[in-house]
Design a protein around this ligand. Structure first.
Ligand SMILES: Cc1ncc(COP(=O)(O)O)c(C=O)c1O
Length: 392
């Protein structure tokens, strides 16, 4: 090991991580694995020539997703950001509106709001979920919003803009207090669009994340629990909304055997059959992957406990998919020293995203005090969490 000025517990942690992933150098943060029917299903796409956005795997991928999550409808997208953009649009977000989300998130959450023509407003997260705090949400709404008697919509007292969406995010796959968030949102008649990009396989009180709000969104980027190379999904119980999302994702083309006519400005956002075929194969393995990830998370937890390292553990009411495990450092300088020591020694780690309200592009946006977000930004480090092949 290269010399580093880390304390013994952290040096031991680096060796422990290497022992979890033997033979991998560097140990990736989260590499995809393909141990099922991926090649077979992809070959079928080529053999049948169905490689584009029409094909049996797109339909199958959607069906498996509804069965797995319990949502009534699923619509497959080219990526999670596109799915989130359309989810916002079909939920009623319009140009010039405001949408409340968290500053502690990946930039795609805020970008999708901007793509929908709205402006993000950032509220704080809970320390024990890393996701939107229902208390912070309620506080912000109480002091910044009035209800328009005519439209029955929430309006920002200062900007006079409609608040047309709330987007909580289940950070690193840890369910946030989504039931409480939905209850607050209902008081103000604002739809909840769940950014569950990271939380496929995570449940809260035995219900799948993404199914609490009006609509939920998954991502199948290469770094997620399962991947399609690139892909996304909208889930919802609202049939009309699902149909609208599907229509918008396919250039808003009116179905006809040969004519090309479009009744809205749509998007080319539909997932292709090859990616979907990988998705079907990966879904067949999801439960197995989740077991492996749970074991890894438990191993981290046990190690950290015995070495006085703070390991992030979510709510007891939630069952996380353990997408990315996180440790909490004492301060920013300890965090930075750990990031250097790990990345210099063949273990990929990464800090939390720079908070959204600190980015030049979103600096002008309204936000609350964000105390927890700022605290966590200085301290959280994600450690390697990919699926381990325990039984092979
Ligand atoms: C919280 C969050 N939202 C949205 C996205 C966007 O998904 P995608 O990369 O598939 O566009 C991601 C992942 O990348 C994410 O982590």
């Amino acid at each position: 090991m290269r010399r580093c000025n880390m304390t013994k517990p952290f040096q031991d942690l680096i060796e422990f991580i290497k022992s979890l992933y033997p033979g991998l150098y560097p140990v990736p943060l989260h590499a995809p694995i393909f141990t099922g029917n991926e090649k077979k299903y992809m070959q079928n796409c080529i053999d049948t020539t169905f490689v584009s956005s029409v094909g049996k795997y797109v339909t199958q991928f959607e069906e498996i997703t509804t069965q797995y999550t319990g949502a009534k409808h699923a619509v497959a997208f080219v990526n999670g950001t596109a799915a989130l953009h359309i989810a916002l649009q079909v939920a009623g977000v319009e140009r010039g509106d405001e949408v409340i989300t968290q500053s502690l998130t990946f930039v795609a959450t805020a970008n999708a709001i901007a793509h929908a023509g709205a402006e993000p407003v950032f509220v704080d997260v809970d320390m024990d979920t890393l996701g939107m705090s229902p208390v912070a949400l309620s506080k912000w709404l109480k002091s910044n919003v009035f209800m328009d008697a005519e439209t029955k919509s929430a309006v920002n007292i200062t900007t006079n803009r409609t608040i047309s969406g709330i987007v909580p995010m289940h950070t690193f796959g840890n369910p946030c207090r989504i039931d409480e968030i939905v209850a607050v949102a209902n008081q103000y008649n604002i739809p909840v669009i769940e950014d569950s990009a990271e939380s496929l396989g995570s449940t809260y009180r035995q219900q799948h994340t993404g199914t609490f709000g009006l609509v939920g969104v998954f991502s199948y980027n290469g770094n997620k629990t399962i991947t399609t190379g690139g892909g996304g999904m909208i889930i919802t119980n609202n049939e009309e909304l699902a149909a609208k999302a599907r229509h918008l994702s396919t250039t808003a083309k009116i179905s006809h055997r040969w004519e090309f006519s479009h009744d809205e400005i749509g998007y080319n956002y539909r997932l292709n059959n090859v990616s979907a075929s990988i998705g079907v194969a990966q879904m067949e393995k999801l439960e197995e992957y989740l077991v492996s990830k749970r074991q890894t998370s438990e191993a981290y937890s046990t190690f950290c406990k015995s070495h006085s390292i703070e390991f992030f553990q979510g709510l007891a009411e939630g069952q996380a998919n353990n997408w990315l495990n996180a440790i909490i450092m004492k301060n920013r300088s300890e965090r930075d020293a750990f990031l250097i020591a790990t990345n210099d020694n063949g273990v990929m780690t990464r800090p939390l995203w720079k908070l959204m309200h600190k980015l030049d592009i979103y600096m002008h946006c309204q936000h609350d005090g964000l105390e927890n977000s700022l605290f966590l930004e200085d301290r959280i480090v994600n450690v390697p969490s990919g699926v381990r092949r325990l039984n092979s």
